[in-house]
Design a protein around this ligand. Structure first.
Ligand code: HEM
Length: 529
């Protein structure tokens, strides 16, 4: 018979083993595993998490690639992040192995805030495929250049007219205009003014979303599972995520109801929501329940703000680079004179406008860190392990600022040998010739590129045709107000901080044409209200 004193050495040994095992596990937790790409030294438990909470993470991505190489890794607790700051690696992995590089990181905060109903965040599953297919069909270039093209062009005239009337409000006009462009295509409704539902709804949704899911606003419980023990009621970020889903869904259900009520009066239009309602799409799983409203709403969210930020970036760099404006205006004058506003049919004749659009997206990508992808199985690349579930970063800003000649200079001329739209270079195997990475890559590449490219081109062409964009002058001191081209927001989707500039009509004749055109398209636009 054994006594408790006989058992004591075993209990003691077991305890020591358990404690040692736990200590070893803890010391290893967060450390970079063997065969991963190199990266900054890791510390037990945190790994590199302390480095990743930098507001200017997009600039850090560039900095680390100068030290650790173009492909490197960061350990965030138990999670692994792989950064691909190489044109070749983006092509080899994101494009060529896209079957396993097209997932999205699986984070509880996103699951709660979006409930798998936002196309940009859902995993690459059946539902995502069904939604992308519908998008690809609807946003086919022929469609955008057909019936919708005319109304989009009328929106450009409205933007120019707004700038003529109250140029100091240019940011608001740009926001209204991109929201209106998007809501015409998506809901068949235009935003008449910047406080119209079709303009405010999307920016309200974006604010709610940013507050709920911006990095640093919630506990990283996937990387540090201990946070999952915290009761949800004590976690304000969880409450924010739940409210996010409810509030955003109610905005887009309201939008859907407005379209349904218009249709109930016999007014059907050429919009994505109209098409889906015609097809009774909600019978399919991918569009059932609240998914239909959230699908079209998510597209509004993806389209309006990105486009407004990109245009404000263009305005900022044009205001600070008058010689670029002059060059584009020489081309515009040759093709359109002062008698007509450029249209998308002039695309081939106005290559410099396309260069300007590309350079704006390159020098200051709208999503500077890129939207993370997730790799869905272990695989090897150049002797390095890319583990299953690693978060894959296509660092747009860093790629733009290391993989291009003289990267910090604003110089649209670098694109003179790229006369096509971004869609052309994104799908070509010659990866060294890709124009920029601001629309991402692989199967998750921006699904609205065709619309985005047309919107940007039309707006930049028309603005430069009608106006000189100049530095503002301080009304009190009479001094020229400088524009800080480094002053950008620190957010996932970011644009220039507020700045002032002047829109000066190039001639009275240009003004007359804008007013005349506004009268011409006014009636047609009313039909979309
Ligand atoms: C200048 C304007 C725009 C920029 C810079 C931009 C950029 C991006 C980027 C970087 C991504 C993520 C790509 C990736 O994961 O690799 C994305 C995704 C997406 N974009 Fe855009 N975008 C713009 C305009 C638009 C427009 C007008 C639409 C039209 C509806 C749109 C719809 C989408 C959608 C649906 C996704 C999610 C794709 C997916 O996850 O499968 N975007 N966009």
């Amino acid at each position: 018979m054994t006594t408790s004193s006989d058992q004591f050495p075993y209990v003691w040994a077991c305890t020591v083993l358990c404690v040692t095992y736990t200590i070893i596990k803890l010391l290893r937790f967060g450390r970079r595993e063997k065969h991963l790409p190199p990266g900054p030294p890791t510390y037990s438990i945190v790994g590199n998490a302390h480095l990743a909470v930098d507001k200017n993470l997009y600039k850090k991505f560039k900095h680390w690639s100068e030290i650790y190489g173009l492909i490197y890794s960061l350990k965030i607790g138990k999670g692994t992040m792989i950064v691909l700051n190489s044109r070749r690696a983006v092509y080899d992995l994101i494009d060529k192995r896209s079957a396993i590089y097209s997932g999205r990181p699986d984070e509880e905060q996103y699951r709660t805030a979006l409930k798998g109903e936002n196309i940009a965040n859902m995993d690459a599953d059946e539902k995502w495929r069904a939604q992308r297919k519908v998008m690809a069909r609807f946003f086919a270039p022929a469609k955008l250049d057909g019936g919708l093209g005319g109304v989009l062009e009328a929106e450009v005239i409205t933007l120019m007219h707004d700038l003529l009337v109250s140029p100091e409000d240019f940011s608001k006009h740009v926001q209204r205009s991109t929201a209106s462009f998007s809501s015409i295509a998506l809901f068949g409704q235009r935003a008449k003014s910047h406080d119209d539902f079709w303009a405010t709804g999307v920016y309200k949704a974006m604010d709610i979303l940013n507050a709920a899911i911006s990095p640093g606003t919630y506990l990283p419980s996937e990387q540090f599972p201990i946070f999952k023990l915290l009761p949800k009621r004590w976690n304000p970020a969880h409450t924010r995520a739940e409210q996010c889903f409810t509030s955003i869904t109610s905005i887009w259900l309201d939008a859907q109801k407005r379209v349904e009520s218009r249709r109930a009066h016999g007014d059907t239009r050429e919009s994505l929501m109209d098409q889906l309602l015609d097809e009774d799409a909600d019978r399919e799983e991918a569009f059932s329940g609240t998914k239909l409203a959230n699908f079209v709403g998510a597209l509004m969210q993806a389209a309006a703000e990105t486009s407004a930020l990109a245009l404000r970036t263009n305005i900022m760099f044009l205001a600070t680079h008058p010689w670029v404006q002059r060059r584009a205006q020489r081309e515009l004058d040759r093709v359109c004179g002062a008698e007509r506003v450029p249209g998308f049919a002039d695309f081939g004749e106005l290559p410099y406008v396309n260069c300007i659009v590309k350079e704006g997206l390159r020098i200051r990508p709208v999503v500077p860190t890129g939207i993370p992808h997730r790799c869905t199985q272990d695989n090897w690349y150049e002797g390095m392990l890319i583990p299953k579930d690693a978060t894959i970063i296509i660092p747009h800003y860093s790629l733009s600022h290391t993989q291009f000649f003289d990267p910090s200079s604003y110089n649209p001329d670098r694109y003179l040998s790229h006369p096509g739209l971004a869609t052309e270079y994104a799908s070509a195997p010659d990866y060294q010739n890709r124009d920029h990475y601001s629309y991402g890559a692989g199967r998750r590449i921006c699904a609205g590129m065709h619309l985005a490219e047309r919107m940007q081109w039309r707006m930049v062409a028309a603005l430069l045709w009608a106006f000189r964009i100049e530095h503002a002058v301080d009304e009190v001191t009479g001094e020229v107000m400088e524009i800080d081209t480094e002053a950008f927001e620190e957010r996932l989707i970011a644009g220039p901080k507020e700045f002032k500039c002047r829109f000066v009509l190039r001639s009275e004749r240009h003004g007359e044409i804008v007013r005349r055109e506004m009268e011409r398209v006014g009636g047609m636009l009313e039909g979309w209200e």
